[in-house]
Design a protein around this ligand. Structure first.
Ligand code: CS2
Ligand code: MN
Length: 360
């Protein structure tokens, strides 16, 4: 297993490569091309420049997160083929620079959604917070999009920027004709075009679960539980059609038992990337994120790591969203300090499980 750290690039991240390199056990960063228009090709020159920056900083660049999928593909519009061709070309270009895993999502319109980006816990730390009853009050999705951006401390937010805001009303109209079954159909079309390319160039595709893993604003969501994800894995039965196991996203539905979901997909060799974070579930539809320790949230992180170990997990793991602590200002969920603490805790669990496994 390799521990990596998400980094948004020299112009878009308050955290420096120098600091990331000083976190024990972290070998590389998970990158993206912030602001790159959704649906267009990531050009070799841009990827090369990013790789040089990362490697000059003493870190590896083997995982890309958020090569976003154009809405026309998710909607199954006739224009999708052009965007699929571009997506395939982006994969070929990334493979040329040693990328091994691409994390993406298949959520209509919105990426992860929260009702509050800086909810204060009793100890003064700030976390991301979700309250379904607040989300239900939002009648205009344009307001949701502008609130998310306004509350993000000016940070680029994948899935919330990238020019979608102007199209929101049109998109909501178009999605009226797309239910879960249609979305599965359009997803199958995407996978049948893209997975053969991924196989050819040696990139493992790893879909990120929907966050939260249920329908919001009446839009369909299908990457949300074991049964649906199994169906997706079978749409194209290839190791290259895999999963990003994001504990926080899947686990915010208490119906998803994380260790058993991990064993299920891990035994099929389909987990290529792990996002490890903890979440405190107050009641269904109401949760806040927390420090990574089992005692701080609703998940048993030892059992999560144990299930990964037992199924021979050999991919990449990153500490996901942390709290904002010690006065740090920055991108919600992506400060340096708490994610660094998380990396140490997760690394400690892994070392202990590994050593216990060897002596048995
Ligand atoms: C990430 C997602 O910050 C997060 O919650 O896990 O934004 C993730 O990068 C995307 O859904 C992947 O496309
Ligand atoms: Mn995640």
């Amino acid at each position: 297993m390799k521990t990596v750290f998400r980094w948004f690039g020299p112009e878009n991240d308050a955290v420096s490569l120098k600091h990331i390199r000083q976190i024990p056990g972290v070998s590389g960063v998970v990158v993206t091309l912030p602001g790159s228009p959704v649906g267009e090709v990531w050009e070799p020159g841009q990827i090369a420049a990013l790789k040089k920056t990362v490697e000059d900083g003493g870190l590896e660049m083997e995982v890309v997160e958020s090569v976003e999928i154009h809405e026309d593909i998710k909607l199954g519009l006739p224009t999708r083929d052009r965007y699929l061709e571009n997506y395939a070309q982006t994969l070929r270009n990334l493979a040329g620079f040693g990328i091994k895993v691409v994390c993406y999502n298949f959520m209509p319109v919105f990426d992860w959604t929260r009702s509050e980006l800086a909810y204060e816990l009793p100890d003064g730390s700030a976390v991301l917070y979700y309250d379904q009853s607040e989300i239900d009050k939002v009648t205009d999705p344009r307001k949701m999009a502008s609130d998310m951006k306004r509350n993000s401390n000016g940070a680029y937010m994948p899935g919330w920027d990238a020019g979608k805001s102007d199209r929101l009303i049109e998109l909501f109209d178009l999605y009226k004709g797309v239910g879960e079954e249609e979305l599965f159909g359009n997803y199958g079309y995407f996978l049948r075009k893209i997975i053969p390319v991924a196989e050819e160039c040696g990139i493992k595709m790893a879909v990120h679960p929907d966050d939260p893993p249920w329908s919001i604003f009446g839009l369909p969501r299908i990457v949300n539980n074991q049964k649906n994800i199994q169906r997706i894995m079978e749409l194209v039965d290839s190791e290259y059609n895999g999963l990003t196991l994001c504990t926080g996203s899947l686990g915010s539905d208490p119906g998803n038992d994380l260790p058993s979901v991990i064993r299920h997909f891990g035994n099929q060799g389909r987990i290529h990337f792990v996002h490890a974070r903890n979440v405190k579930i107050i009641k269904p539809g109401l949760f806040h994120e927390s420090a990574h320790l089992s005692s701080e949230g609703s998940y048993d992180m030892y059992e999560v790591m144990k299930a990964l170990f037992d199924t021979g997990f050999d991919g990449y793991m990153r500490p996901d969203h942390g709290r904002m602590i010690w006065g740090e200002k920055g991108r919600p969920g992506y400060g340096l300090y708490d994610r660094a603490l998380g990396a140490q805790y997760l690394g400690g669990l892994w070392e202990a499980i590994q050593k216990a496994g060897k002596t048995r």
